[in-house]
Design a protein around this ligand. Structure first.
Ligand code: PEP
Ligand code: MG
Length: 581
């Protein structure tokens, strides 16, 4: 048995036969055409491109229908690329003037741009090179008349193993038969990773070179919880994983069946559990799983399909779609958190910087680009005439920054009033507390906002100086570090003194072992990923406030992250043995 490790991007365990996709099977060598045959060769290229456009349009339709418009938008971006006149004319020139074959010319042009993207030193843009490789593969398949691997219509269960899966290949995976996938390359923020989560398929990316060590049909275990791929496991290991997966399924089904029950501690303290979403379609998943509303809507994912500027109507439609799904439950719409590990804004507003996590991102970028910011605020205020909408500013690091953001919000209200446009003038305003400076100044911030939402993902990285997406420093990125817990406690106390609601919306809220600690610290609102909502509610229902307070007090006395983590795991085991497994 060989064990490979990668980045876990979508949870769950799958066991089954491997389907190994050919890696760089379509690499094209330089080939020349006869000079007098350029026109016929170009006709062949144009006809292949027409087929490609039809294929993409079909994928777009399928994605729109099956998983929602946000995903379909990936393909409309591909369609724009395929029709780019610059690209077509470059291929044209290479065929006419240099007599390259259309196969080599198109591969050459697309790879040139893909490599340029990869060399910009920005992980997000490097991931987008994938979209160009996807287009290259489609064009070559059509030019070479190659039968494509039909991942959309399989006849038996498989685990897909590939060098790379493009977003389009991922979006059309046959969900009846594909049990999960692992790829050699790819990062946690890629479109492919996001799609795996939305499809709820166990997935691992960035495993490194492994395809040569496996042939199709070999049994593999894909552990999307821990990022492990076990190739050709022995019978005992298979039995152990099957057993664990079956137990996990039974526990998940039991907990899901309880999810309509309110999250109330044994001694009847109500805790609100909200869901975090990236796409409007996910709002439904939250409600099905018993969420009390949407605690964090990451609106920057509106930019998933490319850097095209989004209009006020694009924003408005997305927000209305969420409101329609959640009815009168609360929704916290976070203004764009663009930059760093996330989606980038239009190219002209993006400047390369050496340290994107500390650069012009998030609220700073909105304040630097008022057009972008005001467009979004107008849409939020207009959509908020129905539904219980709040607005939240991300990455606030000083009071001045908050005051500037609030001033822009007031300007937008004035504009809408002058224009006679209907909007909600009393939308509550909150901030993400995710920079240590904001936690340290929480008492002062509390006087100027309606709520706090603690973003532990960023708070951990900025407190411990460990990049959240860099595996090389993963051991320094410790959720349970006492410094992080002290900052969280500081914010909770500042909120309590001012009677301000405080939520934790970072990933820690989705980890059941932190739930007793948070409740014990005094938190009464948590916002988790949709899949985690039923578990979080179950832990709450198994607690008393006194017990939670005791756990928090003991945890806060420990001075090492690993001791705190071990202690909390032990407590969870006592409270909810099922979930601690
Ligand atoms: C966070 O930083 O904890 C958070 C919730 O925001 P994001 O993960 O979108 O940065
Ligand atoms: Mg954040």
């Amino acid at each position: 048995m060989i064990v490979k490790r990668g980045v876990a991007v979508s949870p769950g365990v799958a066991i089954g036969p491997a389907m190994v996709l050919g890696a760089a099977a379509l690499r094209i060598r330089r080939r020349f055409i006869r000079a007098d045959n350029a026109e016929a060769e170009l006709e062949r290229f144009r006809s292949a491109l027409d087929h490609v456009c039809e294929e993409i349009a079909t994928n777009e339709r399928q994605a729109n229908e099956q998983i929602g418009k946000q995903y379909g938008a990936i393909f409309s971006a591909h369609l724009q690329l395929a029709r780019d006149p610059k690209l077509i004319s470059e291929v044209d020139e290479l065929v006419r003037k240099r007599h390259y074959s259309p196969e080599f010319a198109s591969s050459h042009v697309l790879r040139k741009y893909a490599h340029q993207l990869q060399n910009l030193g920005n992980p997000y843009l490097a991931e987008r090179a994938n979209d160009l490789f996807d287009l290259e593969r489609r064009i070559l398949r059509n030019l070479l008349n190659e039968q494509k691997e039909d991942l959309a219509h399989l006849t038996e269960d498989v685990i897909v193993l590939a060098h790379n899966l493009t977003p389009s290949e991922t979006a059309v995976l046959d969900r009846k038969h594909v049990l999960g996938f692992a790829t050699e390359i790819g990062g946690a923020t890629s479109h492919t990773a996001i799609l795996a989560g939305a499809l709820e398929l166990p997935a691992i990316v960035g495993v490194g070179h492994f395809l040569t060590e496996i042939s199709g049909g070999t049994t593999v275990i894909l552990d999307g919880n821990h990022g492990e791929l076990l190739i050709d496991p022995d019978e005992d290991t298979i039995a152990r994983y099957r057993d664990a997966a079956q137990k996990a399924r039974a526990v998940a089904a039991r907990i899901l069946s309880l999810s309509p029950r309110t999250a109330e501690t044994k001694d009847r303290t109500r805790i609100h559990v909200y869901g975090n979403i990236e796409f409007p379609e996910e709002a439904e998943h939250c409600i099905e799983r018993g969420a009390d509303g949407i605690g964090l809507y990451r609106t920057e994912f509106l930019y998933l399909a490319g850097a095209r500027e989004r209009t006020e109507q694009d924003h408005f439609n997305a927000y209305r779609a969420v409101i329609e799904k959640v009815g009168d439950r609360p929704i916290v719409i976070r203004t764009l958190d663009l930059g760093a590990d996330k989606v980038l804004p239009a190219e002209e507003t993006f400047e390369r910087c050496a340290n994107p996590e500390l650069g012009l991102r998030s609220i700073r970028l909105s304040l630097d680009n008022l057009q972008l910011f005001k467009t979004q605020l107008r849409a939020i205020l207009r959509a908020a005439t129905t539904g219980q909408v709040s607005v939240m500013f991300p990455l606030i690091s000083s009071l001045l920054e908050l005051r500037q953001a609030k001033m822009i919000l007031e300007d937008v209200k004035e504009d809408l009033t002058d224009e006679g446009v209907e909007f909600n003038a009393s939308v509550p305003v909150g901030i993400m507390v995710e920079v240590p400076s904001a936690a340290l100044m929480a008492v002062e911030f509390a006087r100027e906002v309606d709520f706090f939402s603690i973003g532990t993902n960023d708070l951990i990285q900025y407190t411990l100086a460990a990049d959240r997406s860099d595996p090389a420093v993963a051991k320094y990125y410790n959720s349970a570090d006492p410094a992080v817990l002290r900052l969280i406690r500081m914010v909770v106390r500042a909120g309590a003194e001012s009677g301000l609601p405080v939520t934790v919306c970072g990933q820690m809220s989705s980890d059941p072992k932190f739930v007793p600690l948070f409740v014990g610290m005094g938190l009464r609102n948590l916002s988790a990923t949709p899949q985690a909502v039923p578990e979080v509610k179950e832990v709450i229902r198994s607690l008393t406030i006194a017990h939670a307070e005791q756990i928090a007090a003991s945890a806060m006395e420990l001075d090492l992250a690993r001791d705190i983590e071990g202690f909390l795991r032990g407590e969870l085991k006592r409270i909810c043995p099922d979930l601690a497994e």
